[in-house]
Design a protein around this ligand. Sequence first.
Ligand SMILES: [Zn+2]
Length: 389
Amino acid sequence: MRPTLRRYAFLLMFAAVLAMPSCQINPYTGRSQLMLLDRQTELALGSQAYQEQLAQEESKITYDPVYLEPVQRIAQRLSRQMESGWGEIPPPGFQWEVHVIDDPKTANAWALPGGKIAVYTGLFPVCKDEHGLAVVLGHEIMHAVLRHGNERISQGMLTGVGTEVLAAALGRENEEKKKMLQAAIGLGASVGLLLPYSRKGETEADEFGLYLAARAGYDPREGIEVWRRMEQAGAAGVPEFLSTHPSHGTRIQNMQTWMPKALQSFEQSERQPNQPLPAPGHARRVAPPPAPANCLAPVAVNRQVVDGIELAQFQLHTQCAVYVDRVDVQGPDAATTVEAGSGIPGNEERFVMIRRTNGGGVPRGRYTLRFKGAVDGRPWEEVLQFDLR
Ligand SMILES: [Zn+2]
């Protein structure tokens, strides 16, 4: 019988993120926030979760321009406004992205750290028109810009939850922990875990989201109408916006307090057109753009001994953010599959490690690693070859 290579582990490098506890003054709100994750880790988490979530929504992501065009245009307008600076505050410097998921039953939208946005078409009837959507997207974008996800994870760390979550490898073995982390950075409703932002966070997202929409040329008065409609849609469930938000009376009262300032910005802005949004659930099949071909590059292959067991360690570099579902490894005399189930941000190093089931050394020769998964929710496959000496 030929010896087989058994699955080992797909290593993820999130162990070293426990930074010194630090409170930081948020430059927008002036509020002191607990931030235990450095910026790079925060952005990496956003990118990773984005790839994972899009891979899951693959069948519902739409490229029909009727749906995609207005959302893309509004998201782009808001993100450019954000990146053009906010008084003395330096721009966030995000790599913005937006996708539309045609799902009439889900009235939701989210923006993850790094400006990774998704809009579900079930939100269209609540927003009604483009200006309404701009106000909601402004709210979501501000959660990311104001770093509410980092804050939520940091608060979790203090109670002993987040530390464990972050120290864990976030592959398939830790599905529950991964979900908690994804919920913390903004995917709550999507991953089936309700983990509310603080009421303070929601009020801040409301306020600065309103200002952002107004600065970008969208009528902030639409905001009041949108939140009113959300209240009415409440029974049907509007996940992100209802469960955790300030009571509606308070919210609308707040909006009226901020309105003079918002209107002032709106008057100085370049007014944007306003069209009704299309009815959800009728997206035409439009082929997605092909996934990029060179997302991974081989770096090196080495032998490693861990706990007395010899491993072959394939090192690679990601040139773009990907979701790796699994890796089929073909060796000189055997084959195996590494279950990954993990997103990886772009420009990072990762390892695939394998070992012999019988404990003997991994034989020298050529190894072909076939990666299967998705890039931005588009099916993706890539092959790397390594020569193990
Ligand atoms: Zn919110």
